[in-house]
Design a protein around this ligand. Structure first.
Ligand code: C2E
Ligand code: CA
Ligand code: CA
Ligand code: CA
Length: 280
């Protein structure tokens, strides 16, 4: 036998999830009112560390599986990527996020804040990616400058000229670009300045240990300095304690996100959070 029983069980579970993912997407896309929507977006505030004001929200997708309950994106995004289903799922998340941003724009016309959307390397490889972004933005009458795409360092590894051309096309419609989980991937520091990016997001693993480990503190310090030298914004993710916040302010980090401010919220709770942030 090639597979032992435990491997067989794993393969079976994966196949099951893949099939369920496909079914959930079919339901979602055809807006079948008789069936519950399994995917929904959560929104986590990103705040200015100087003023405490909201500067944006990161969109984090959720899957409420009919039998298994909530499944983490850490589990189903990789399956969606391997099966190319990420393309359909990604556009659904994108549209839903834009619909929410439009509602917020209407309720809070004097506030300018952005929506951060995670994009996987596979989505970015589509030749018509930026055109589709533009079409969706237009259909919701949203300016490109309202949108930031979060890319991982793995998006920037292969075929550099092609990647740079693709990113430049996105920038041409005023959409901004962030490198997510910065410091955990393999992007070459020496090439960072060649990409038309706006923001570095420091990975949570560094923030989490910066107050207990001098090595992690030094890494955060270096990333903030690097970002500033390259004229990039910097966002610290996963801020959980006041001590971490103080250290980050001392290092000159401008923006942050984490449980200290808020967990990811459903659209209603995020709207409440915005109202409170406006009139504290
Ligand atoms: P990520 O992009 O690095 O997202 C940040 C993760 O950190 C989120 O986990 C968020 O809930 C969590 N987080 C935020 N603040 C804190 C904190 O203070 N402490 C701790 N311990 N965690 C915090 P989540 O929502 O489970 O998402 C996990 C990953 O799944 C994301 O990591 C991202 O890589 C992927 N993902 C989520 N939504 C999407 C999506 O819409 N598209 C794609 N392509 N990937 C997504
Ligand atoms: Ca992210
Ligand atoms: Ca991240
Ligand atoms: Ca991460």
């Amino acid at each position: 036998a090639i597979f032992d029983p435990s491997m067989q069980a794993m393969v079976a579970e994966r196949l099951q999830l893949e099939g369920d993912l496909r079914k959930a997407l079919d339901n979602q896309e055809f807006y079948d009112r008789n069936r519950p929507q399994e995917f929904y977006n959560h929104y986590q505030p990103i705040v200015s560390l100087k003023t405490g004001k909201i500067v944006g929200f990161e969109v984090l997708v959720r899957w409420n599986h009919p039998q298994q309950g909530t499944i983490s994106p850490l589990k189903f995004i990789p399956i969606a990527e391997e099966t190319q289903l990420i393309d359909r799922l990604g556009w659904w998340i994108f549209q839903e996020g834009c619909a929410q941003l439009k509602r917020w724009k209407e309720e809070f016309p004097h506030l300018f804040f952005c929506l951060n959307i995670n994009v996987s390397a596979i989505q970015l490889k589509q030749v018509d990616f930026s055109q589709k972004c533009q079409e969706i933005l237009q259909s919701f009458s949203l300016e490109g400058s309202r949108l930031k795409l979060e890319l991982t360092e793995s998006c920037l590894l292969e075929d550099l000229p092609k990647q740079i051309a693709q990113l430049s096309e996105i920038k041409a419609i005023q959409v901004q670009l962030c490198i997510d989980d910065f410091g955990t991937g393999y992007s070459s520091l020496s090439r960072l300045h060649e990409f038309p990016i706006d923001t570095l997001k420091i990975d949570r693993s560094f923030i989490h240990r910066m107050t207990s480990s001098t090595g992690h503190y030094a890494t955060v310090e270096m990333i903030v300095a690097l970002a500033h030298t390259l004229n990039l914004n910097v966002v610290a993710e996963g801020i959980e304690t006041g001590e971490e916040l103080e250290s980050l302010i001392k290092l000159g980090c401008e923006f942050g996100q984490g449980y200290l401010f808020s967990r990811p919220l459903d659209s209603q709770a995020a709207t409440e959070f915005l109202r409170k942030n406006l009139n504290p």
